[in-house]
Design a protein around this ligand. Structure first.
Ligand code: GLN
Length: 197
């Protein structure tokens, strides 16, 4: 299995390291020609405006959109989640593949960055014995999911009900950074989505 990691800007090396730890080759992707022969793609956290602009100048936006529409697995973390959203209430280049509305920088300055224990029942499909173990999630100037369409499965919420992880078929979105930390269950969950396909 070969997983691409969009490497225009942001935390791509951390994703590649985590994939390597799971025995999976992660390939840096910067050009459309590199998408061939990949089984899925991770869009990392970083700055979504920068990632979007670079994706436009490298000619990546349309090929990625088409592949995502055809069922190719894509996982967006933080800024990557913003790239997947169909609506962010503003104007910047997006893939727009997922039926979710996202608010960028949804947490005030005071809490620019924080960690939170999340209950993620879907991770039990990966490691049933870890079902009761919370996922320690790292949020960095994080976005929130404000609305999900009817085809979207909510995977995790904060205590105040704000949605921070969701799946729509071949598309996975997390507002936080599972590549920072040591819990590999979200990476395993995505790899299972890739294998299912
Ligand atoms: N605040 C960033 C944005 O709007 C996302 C932050 C992140 O990816 N850690 O793109």
């Amino acid at each position: 299995m070969r997983i691409g990691v969009l490497s225009l800007q942001g935390a791509f090396t951390e994703h590649i390291a985590m994939l390597r730890g799971l025995g999976v080759e992660g390939t840096e992707v910067r050009l459309p020609g590199q998408l061939k022969e990949l089984d899925g793609l991770i869009i990392p956290g970083g700055e979504s405006t920068a990632i979007g602009k670079l994706a436009v100048s490298y000619g990546l936006l349309e090929p990625l959109r088409q592949m995502g529409r055809k069922g190719w697995p894509i996982w967006g973390t933080c800024a990557g989640m913003i790239m997947l959203a169909s609506d962010i209430g503003g104007d910047q280049p997006l893939l727009g593949l997922m039926d979710i509305s996202v608010q960028r920088n949804a947490f005030g300055r005071q809490v620019d960055s924080f960690e939170m224990d999340l209950s993620v029942p879907a991770l039990a499909s990966i490691e049933p014995e870890s079902q009761l173990v919370a996922f320690r999630a790292v949020f960095i100037r994080a976005p929130l999911i404000q609305r999900v369409g009817s085809g979207v499965e909510i995977l995790a919420r904060l205590d105040d009900d704000a949605i921070v992880a969701a799946r729509e078929g071949n598309l996975l979105a997390t507002a936080f950074h599972p590549e920072l930390g040591s819990d590999v269950r979200f990476h395993k969950y995505f790899l299972a989505m890739v294998r299912e396909r």
